[in-house]
Structure formats: structure tokens, C-alpha cells
Design a protein around this ligand. Structure first.
Ligand SMILES: Nc1ncnc2c1ncn2[C@@H]1O[C@H](COP(=O)(O)OP(=O)(O)O)[C@@H](O)[C@H]1O
Ligand SMILES: [Mg+2]
Length: 375
């Protein structure tokens, strides 16, 4: 991970009562989750929605490119229309003082990449379940006429519940023009992981759902082996490999589910016309294999892995909650800027009620005894 340079951006306002924390729009940033080609992702607390959210802040160099920003907004706008249990929900798209950021659902879990790093490769049915969830989410996008174009393990998020959610739908690279090598190169820079790009994407073909099918097939290889199907080599060499060599086969690994190996080979056929046309067809084929079960990916012991940007997240949330209680109403941002209240531990508040009840009962008993003794 690189330095949290965006957090030092003077455009972000500090929260006076929360050391080290900054407000971006309506979101208090809590932790830095990671960084990709398009920007930096934070976990934050949305002061109006009153939920934990993830915020992706576009890199300043991309934000300075008017064409890119226009496309980013157009595509992100399309994503805002999609509500599906297997797609990371986009909540809002904002611009403040030159910073562009997408507020989205926070997925409490691990990306498939982090999952594999921590636990090693998946079992056949775990991979089948993860792929079916991702295919269901992509099917929804394809039905809306959207092609993801950047399906890769770090964009498949596995929630603690076992549900898979496709992230970064609609986060596009600069326009690709087959004659414009500079634009294609810029796009590859932004996307960062060309190992999951279909052969035709290298040639700048217009995005088709079958390119997402390829990428999901390449993800399957990673989930089942813990290795990328295509090596991390220089881009020129990768381009040659992906266009000329067959994608490595995996049949033996998935022998336990007859038909799975053939299905995966069909996903990574170099000829897009021979693949599943779109994720809807792929999803149906995956379900037909049997064995899909979210319980296989459930992980209640997951520990969040973000880097705190100031006070521990729990303390920040307790303080914001405390300030809100003192000043009810929607003035959430100003509440965050209110004089710093003393932090009271939540359990102390909740344990006070039984004590009060006991004291009242004892007092009542004493009064009854006194009244009787007088009578
Ligand atoms: N909505 C989200 N909820 C939780 N974590 C997320 C979310 N979006 C992204 N992340 C995390 O932030 C990291 C960085 O994301 P991103 O900038 O998209 O780069 P990349 O996808 O290339 O890793 C991801 O690897 C993932 O772990
Ligand atoms: Mg991503």
C-alpha cells in the first residue's frame, strides 16, 4: 500500500472533535481500505444516512481530466440504478471542491483476493458458489446494458454472510479507441490488472458482456488454484500470450463436479462468440451443476483489515452517536464539529436502568414499612 496521500489533501476538512479524521461531503472517514488504479477507498460513517459506507475518491490526476470525469459520472449514474443483492450498491456520486467520490455500500468482508491470500485456494463448491454469486450480479448489469470491464478477484467482495458482491461496476477507464494506442495505454494504467482482460479488450473492441464472462473464467482459475491463470509479465508479452495461447485448463481440479471444467473452458475461449453470451447464461449453467451454497463462504470470525486514519473507528462512532443524542436533528456535520463531549462508555448507560429500578423498589418498600409502622 502506498502512503495515504489523499487524506493529507487540504481539500478534505478536518473534524475538529475527532483527531486525525476528515469529512468528505457527508462522510467521516474512518479507515483506509485500499487503493486501486482509479483511486483510494475508505470506510466511513455517513452522517445523514447513519450507516457505514465505503467511499472511493477518484485520483486527482484523473479528476483533472474533464473527459474522464464526464464518463465517470455517466457510468456511475447508470450504476446508481442497479439494486441487486450481488452488486455493491452505489449510494451517491458527489463532487466537493474538485474531489470526485462515489459513496457506496460497505461490504463487511474480504475481497476474493484477500480471501485467497489469507486462506489459500477455495474448494470446488466454494469457488462454484463465489462464481455463481458474481455471475448473478453481472447478469443484472448485463440486463441493464452495462458491461463491467474490470472483473477481477479484488472486485469480487465476499461478505461475512457468505454473499458475493461485485464491486466497481461502472468505474470506467478512459475511452478506448482501437486506433489510439495512447488512450488504450492510459486505460490499461487505470485498470492495473490486465491479467483479467479478454483478448478482444486488448485490441480495443467495444465492451461486450462476453468480456466479463472471460474475466470471471479467469477469476475461477485464481479461486481454485490460488494463482493467476496468466503470469505477471510485461504488458507486451501478456498481450501476446492472451491473444495466441490457450488459457490454462483446470479440468482435473474440478473433477468432483462433472461439467464444471468444460464450463470454465468455455468461459475463457479466445473466440468471444464461443463463450457464454452473457452472465445470465453463465449463471444458469453454474446453478445447473448443483453445489451452490452461501454457507460454504460464511465467515463470522472475519476481522476488518483497514488502516485507521485517526482514532479507533468504534470510538469515533460512539462520539458521533453521543453528539447526535445531545443535539437531535439532521445537523449531522455540525454535530461532528460541536465541542468535544466527554466520551461515556455505552455499557455504563445501559446498566444504569436496572440500578434505578432497584433503588425505586427499595425506596417504595421503605415507605410502605414506615407507613405500616406509623399506622
Ligand atoms: N464497497 C466496498 N466495501 C468494502 N471494501 C471495499 C469496497 N470497495 C473496495 N473495497 C476494498 O478496497 C480495496 C481497494 O479497492 P479499489 O480501489 O477498487 O482497488 P482494487 O479493486 O484494484 O483492489 C479493495 O481491494 C477492497 O478490499
Ligand atoms: Mg476495486
Amino acid at each position: 500500500m502506498t502512503s495515504p496521500s489523499l487524506l493529507q489533501d487540504p481539500l478534505l476538512r478536518p473534524v475538529p472533535t475527532l483527531e486525525g479524521h476528515k469529512v468528505l461531503g457527508k462522510t467521516v472517514l474512518l479507515e483506509r481500505l485500499g487503493e486501486g488504479g482509479a483511486g483510494v477507498v475508505y470506510r466511513g460513517w455517513h452522517l445523514n444516512f447513519r450507516i457505514v459506507v465505503a467511499v472511493k475518491v477518484l485520483r486527482p490526476e484523473l479528476a483533472a481530466d474533464a473527459d474522464y470525469v464526464a464518463r465517470f459520472h455517466r457510468e456511475a449514474h447508470a450504476t446508481l440504478q442497479i439494486t441487486h443483492q450481488n452488486v455493491v450498491r452505489a449510494h451517491d456520486l458527489e463532487e466537493r471542491d474538485g474531489l470526485h467520490f462515489l459513496v457506496m455500500e460497505y461490504v463487511d468482508g474480504l475481497s476474493a483476493r484477500q480471501w485467497i491470500h489469507r486462506r489459500g485456494r477455495m474448494s470446488v463448491d466454494q469457488a462454484l458458489t463465489a462464481l455463481a454469486g458474481a455471475a448473478a450480479g453481472l447478469a443484472e448489469a448485463h440486463t441493464h446494458g452495462l458491461v463491467h470491464q474490470d472483473v477481477k478477484p479484488s472486485n469480487l467482495l465476499l461478505a461475512r454472510s457468505g454473499r458475493v458482491k461485485v464491486a466497481d461496476l461502472g468505474l470506467v477507464g478512459p475511452a478506448v479507441d482501437s486506433d489510439d494506442e495512447a488512450a488504450a495505454a492510459a486505460r490499461r494504467r487505470v485498470f492495473g490488472t490486465p491479467q483479467y482482460m479478454a483478448p478482444e479488450q486488448w485490441d480495443g473492441a467495444p465492451p461486450q458482456p462476453s468480456a466479463d464472462v472471460w474475466a470471471l473464467g479467469a477469476c475461477a482459475y485464481y479461486l481454485l488454484t490460488g494463482r493467476h491463470g496468466l503470469p505477471k509479465v510485461a504488458k507486451g508479452e501478456l498481450r501476446r500470450l492472451v491473444r495466441q495461447e490457450p488459457f490454462p485448463t483446470i479440468g482435473g481440479v474440478v473433477r468432483a463436479r462433472p461439467g464444471f471444467g468444460d464450463l470454465l473452458e468455455r468461459c475463457v475461449d479466445r473466440d468471444p462468440a464461443r463463450r457464454f453470451t452473457d452472465a445470465t447464461a453463465l449463471h444458469q449453467a453454474l446453478l445447473a451443476l448443483g453445489g451452490v451454497d452461501e454457507a460454504l463462504l460464511r465467515d463470522p470470525d472475519f476481522a476488518p483489515g483497514g488502516e485507521p486514519v485517526g482514532l479507533p473507528a468504534n470510538e469515533v462512532l460512539a462520539r458521533i452517536d453521543d453528539q447526535r443524542r445531545r443535539r437531535p436533528g439532521p445537523a449531522a456535520v455540525s454535530a461532528a464539529a460541536a465541542p468535544r463531549p466527554k466520551v461515556r462508555a455505552a455499557p455504563a448507560r445501559s446498566s444504569a436502568a436496572p440500578i434505578v429500578v432497584v433503588v425505586l423498589l427499595v425506596a417504595a418498600a421503605v415507605i410502605v414499612v414506615l407507613l405500616r409502622s406509623q399506622g
